[in-house]
Design a protein around this ligand. Structure first.
Ligand code: FES
Length: 117
């Protein structure tokens, strides 16, 4: 078993720039990350491509709770990254922290997940 490396946080935006129910594509250390603010007010960072057939998820729909891929309508819980439909899919989640009003994300050691079909 390998240990998860210490996060390496990079500033991506001001927290006030992302409202509840909004999502935005960001680049963190050369990795595209989908930043979302869920209904509970928390900022989440998820892999930006669908694990099904790698469609960009920022083209999908986000209602504050569920992220839906535009290509074949796979659904994901935006808080956990777990698949809602199908429930065996999953999105990689990246650590997020807010400091002095700024959102920071680490992508170190985390790879996107795939479930090609
Ligand atoms: S590529 Fe996203 S559901 Fe098929």
């Amino acid at each position: 078993m390998t240990a998860t490396p210490e996060p390496d946080f990079h500033e991506v935006c001001e927290g006030d720039d992302l409202w509840v129910g909004e999502m935005r594509l960001c680049s963190v250390a050369g990795v595209k990350v989908l930043l979302l603010r869920t209904d509970d007010g928390e900022v989440r960072a998820l892999q930006s491509i669908c694990p099904h057939q790698e469609h960009p998820l920022d083209n999908g729909e986000f209602d504050g709770t569920t992220l839906t891929c535009a290509a074949h309508l796979w659904e994901f819980d935006a808080s956990s990254g777990h698949g809602v439909n199908p429930d065996d899919a999953e999105l990689a989640r990246y650590p997020v922290k807010v400091s002095d009003g700024n959102v920071l994300v680490s992508v170190k050691g985390i790879k996107p997940k795939y479930s090609h079909a």
